[in-house]
Write a protein that binds this ligand. Structure first.
Ligand SMILES: [Zn+2]
Length: 536
């Protein structure tokens, strides 16, 4: 097996007759359906016809059925990424990449070499936690004359040069907005660093990528998703991205199942145009309106019930109670579900309180991240039918931060097993581009609960670790339940949608509990709606 296999993207847009029958044989089918097992899946017209032993199914197979053989492969339902900023990521792949950059000097070198887009240098992914010098505008000014705008890895901060600050109209007289901060030097001059909602001050100045650029980025991103075994996403983005997905669908080129969460800023428009959650097609469906209650753990802006360890600070709510309540109530009365970003235990509690009193829509309300949960709130999401949308790969970076900032309260963080035992519907995702789109990272994290450096060897709070089948379930059936479509998607059983992946992997190692075995796995076949979209 070569490390860099040849990858064929089988389908293209505009092909009129699409082959939607097939048969794949591997070593084992992880069907997630009770009593359904075997080593092969047969599908017809986009639906699973049968799961079972290849020797039995092959006798019934019409001769013209395309056959795929991957001895040793495990066949799972298609992975759905329950939390993406997909267009941001897809467009960002063409911009200055700062993820993993270890020093400000290295970041500046990349910015110096970066391509300008509509007159701006745009980039993303920086994390200055261990840099030798803070991000500031003067260092950027020294490498680029054009305006420079760089999102942080967690997209809760932005780093701008002087030209960009000027273009955004930010100067020493600009007040900090509610829920945000313009970082200033001793003389009161903005340093070029914007935190939390202060980032929004810069956004109107940024160039808007032309529609054809967005759709081109989505096409490439979709092909990459198929290479990674992803067949669907729950996407949190702006209306222009929804329009781009619609354009792809109109061209019959959309081959990801997209549940689209519009921003709360679009709520009045959604209500006046009669849009409701669950509306759409088998490819593109309206999800829940997205709003934020707090910030992030890394910046200690997640809103906590008690102060951070060794601090008087509890973080902060970034929406007022009235604003959040009005939005959630307005949405619910109009048949629109709400999805609420909540990381700290105070934010999670408020999200539960607000969603509890909101009218129900056709799909469940949900909480994004659901990261630190007070023990008194642990069972509430299950009782209220609220989905917990969680991102296990964040564990790879968060483990040391949780211990440092939350101490014993970390018992309620990423408590996957406890949350499931309460009966909660959990949908797993990545939060790309904050974490990689690659679902193998999240699977590994949920199985092993180790930080990037491999510590602790036995896993952090290992009682909360999940088994492989459960992890797959949260990426497939969990996401289908969150989208209200679990009756026909998310498991491999007769009649279900033929969205599936064959993974080349070391099955013996995986069964022995070695999570690395899936981290090293490779998607060999990705099927969506019965169509083979990637074969490697
Ligand atoms: Zn996100």
């Amino acid at each position: 097996m070569s490390a860099f296999p040849h990858v064929d993207t089988v389908a293209g847009a505009g092909r009129s007759e699409r082959q939607r029958d097939g048969f794949v044989r591997g070593a084992r089918v992880v069907s997630l359906a009770a009593g359904v097992e075997g080593d092969a899946v047969w599908w017809q017209a986009g639906r699973v016809r049968a799961v079972g032993r290849a020797t039995d199914l092959e006798r019934k197979l019409p001769v013209e059925t395309p056959r795929f053989e991957f001895p040793g492969a495990w066949i799972t339902p298609g992975f759905v990424d329950g939390h993406t900023h997909f267009a941001t990521w897809a467009l960002g792949r063409w911009r200055v990449q700062l993820a993993g950059v270890r020093s400000r000097e290295e970041a500046l070198q990349r910015v110096r070499a970066g391509r300008a887009e509509s007159g701006w240098v745009l980039g993303q992914g920086w994390d200055a936690n261990r840099w030798e010098a803070p991000p500031d505008r003067w260092s950027l000014d020294a490498v680029r004359a054009e305006p420079v705008y760089l999102d942080s890895l967690d997209v809760h901060a932005a780093w701008l040069n002087s030209t960009a600050l000027h273009a955004a109209g930010i100067d020493r007289r600009t007040p900090d907005p509610f829920g945000g901060r313009i970082v200033r030097d001793a003389n009161g001059e903005p340093t070029g660093l914007l935190l939390e909602r202060a980032v929004e001050l810069a956004l109107p100045a940024l160039p808007i990528p032309p529609d054809d650029v967005v759709t081109a980025a989505l096409r490439e991103g979709q092909a990459e998703a198929h290479r990674l075994g992803i067949t669907g996403i729950h996407d949190v983005e702006t209306d222009s991205v929804l329009a781009a997905f619609r354009e792809l669908e109109r061209e019959d080129a959309l081959r990801l199942r997209v549940l689209f969460h519009p921003p709360v800023a679009s709520l009045s428009q959604l209500v006046s145009s009669g849009v409701k959650s669950g509306q759409g097609s088998e490819w593109l469906t309206i999800g829940a309106v997205k709003l934020f209650l707090d910030g992030s753990l890394g910046k200690q802006t997640a809103w906590m019930l008690q102060p951070y360890e060794g601090s008087q600070d509890r973080g902060m709510p970034i929406s007022t109670l009235e604003h959040a309540r009005n939005a959630i109530q307005t949405a619910g009365r109009s048949g629109i579900a709400a999805t609420v970003h909540a990381i700290g235990d105070a934010a999670v509690r408020r999200a539960l309180d607000l969603l509890e009193e909101a009218p129900r829509a056709a799909i469940p309300h949900r909480i994004e991240h659901f990261q630190c949960v007070d023990s008194g709130d642990l069972g509430r999401a299950a009782r209220l039918g609220i989905v917990a949308s969680m991102q296990p790969a964040h564990l790879l970076t968060d483990i040391p931060l949780i211990d440092r900032y939350w101490g014993a309260r970390g018992a309620g963080a990423y408590a996957f097993r406890s949350i499931l035992e309460q009966g909660t519907t959990v949908a797993f995702g990545s939060d790309v581009p904050v974490a990689p789109l690659d679902p193998r990272e999240g699977v590994y994290a949920a199985l092993m609960r180790r930080a990037d450096d491999g510590s602790p060897p036995n896993g952090w709070r290992p009682d909360e670790a999940l088994d492989f089948e459960t992890v797959v379930r949260l990426y497939s059936e969990g996401c289908a339940r969150a989208a209200g479509i679990a009756s026909h998607r998310g498991r491999l059983a007769p009649g279900m949608d033929a969205d599936l992946v064959a993974w080349e992997l070391d099955g013996a190692a995986l069964m022995a509990g070695e999570g690395e075995a899936f981290r090293r796995a490779r998607a060999r076949l990705t099927v969506v709606n019965g169509e083979v979209l990637m074969q490697a």
